[in-house]
Design a protein around this ligand. Structure first.
Ligand code: GUN
Length: 288
C-alpha cells in the first residue's frame, strides 16, 4: 500500500490562518502591527522567489513586510550598517537576512549582529543556546515546521528511532535537538548521520522517522527506508526535471508508511513558522 502523503501545504494554510487570527487579536488589544524586515543581497533567483513568498504570506496574515534589496557588490560594512538600523527601529519586530550571502560577506558575522529579540530565523547563538537548553525564545523555522507536521499527523515520537540525515546549523542540528528534548513532542532516540557516516543505508533503515536534509537530489532510495517508516523530505533541488527533494519520492512512497512531498511538503511550513516567530517577536517587544 503506498504511503500516506503528509500535506504540508494544507497544514501551512491552517497554521497561517491561526497566526492571522492571533495577529488580529494582538493588534485589537493595542499591539503594534507586527513587521518583518527582509534583507536580500544579490540576485540569486531562488532567494528572490523565497523572499517574495515570505512577503506575500506576511501580508495575508496581517503582518507588515519591508524588503531591503542590496546589490551583489554590497560590502560587509554596508550590510552591518543596515542590520544596525533595523535593530534600532522600533517599528521593525523581525529581521530576516536571506541566505546565502555573496562570498565577500562573512555570514556568521552578519547573523550574529541581528539583535536576539528580532532574530526570527533563530540563528543567533543566544537563541540557539536557549533552544538547546529547552527554554526557547524562538524555534528555527524549518525544523519547527517539520515538528508540527509530525505532531499534527500524530506520528509517534516518544521512544521512536528518529534518524536525521544532514547536520547543518539550519536544519539537521536543531531538528535533532527538538526531537531529543525531554517532554511532549520529544523523547525520541535520535541519530544524526551525514556524508561521512559508515554503512549509511543500514543506519537509515533503523529509522521509524527519517528526516532528510542532505541537499542531494533524490539521494534516499527505497532500499534505505524501513517499510512503514515516516519519511520527511526537507530538500529542494532544482534539476532539469524541475524541483525535486532529497528523496526518490516515486520509489520511496511504495515502502514508507507516510511521506512528505516536494514541493508541497516542508517548504510551505517554513514560511508559516516564520510568521509565527514574527508575531512572537512583536509580543516580546511590546510593553503592556
Ligand atoms: N536560505 C535558505 N533557507 C533559509 C532560511 O530558513 N532562512 C534564511 N534567512 N535564509 C535561508
Amino acid at each position: 500500500m503506498p504511503a500516506t502523503i503528509l500535506d504540508g501545504k494544507a497544514l501551512a494554510e491552517k497554521i497561517r490562518a491561526e497566526v492571522a487570527e492571533e495577529v488580529e487579536t494582538f493588534v485589537q488589544s493595542g499591539g503594534m502591527i507586527p513587521c518583518l524586515a527582509a534583507v536580500l543581497v544579490g540576485d540569486d533567483p531562488g532567494s528572490q522567489v523565497y523572499v517574495r513568498n515570505k512577503q506575500r504570506a506576511c501580508e495575508k496574515a496581517g503582518i507588515r513586510s519591508i524588503l531591503h534589496k542590496l546589490s551583489a557588490e554590497t560590502t560587509a560594512a554596508e550590510l552591518l550598517d543596515l542590520v544596525d538600523r533595523l535593530n534600532r527601529d522600533p517599528a521593525v519586530h523581525g529581521i530576516l537576512v536571506q541566505l546565502p550571502l555573496p562570498k565577500q560577506i562573512d555570514e556568521k558575522r552578519v547573523l550574529d549582529a541581528v539583535t536576539p529579540l528580532k532574530d526570527v530565523d533563530c540563528f543567533h547563538p543566544e537563541n540557539v543556546g536557549l533552544m538547546v537548553q529547552n527554554r526557547p525564545r524562538f524555534l528555527p523555522c524549518t525544523p519547527h515546521g517539520v515538528h508540527e507536521l509530525l505532531l499534527r499527523h500524530q506520528v509517534p515520537i516518544a521512544g521512536a528511532n528518529v534518524v536525521v540525515l544532514g547536520r547543518s546549523d539550519i536544519v539537521g542540528k536543531p531538528m535533532a535537538i527538538l526531537l531529543m528534548q525531554r517532554g511532549p513532542g520529544g523523547d525520541a532516540t535520535v541519530t544524526v548521520c551525514h556524508s561521512r557516516t559508515k554503512n549509511l543505508p543500514e543506519v537509515t533503515r533503523r529509522a521509524d522517522v527519517l528526516i532528510v536534509a542532505i541537499g542531494r537530489a533524490q539521494f534516499v532510495t527505497a532500499a534505505m527506508v524501513q517499510p512503514g517508516a515516516t519519511v520527511i523530505d526537507v530538500g529542494i533541488n532544482r534539476t532539469e526535471a524541475g524541483l525535486v527533494g532529497d528523496v526518490d519520492f516515486a520509489a520511496v512512497k511504495e515502502v514508507a508508511g507516510r511521506i512528505s512531498p516536494v514541493p508541497g511538503g516542508v517548504g510551505p511550513l517554513t514560511i508559516a513558522m516564520l510568521l509565527r516567530n514574527t508575531l512572537t517577536a512583536a509580543r516580546l517587544q511590546t510593553e503592556y
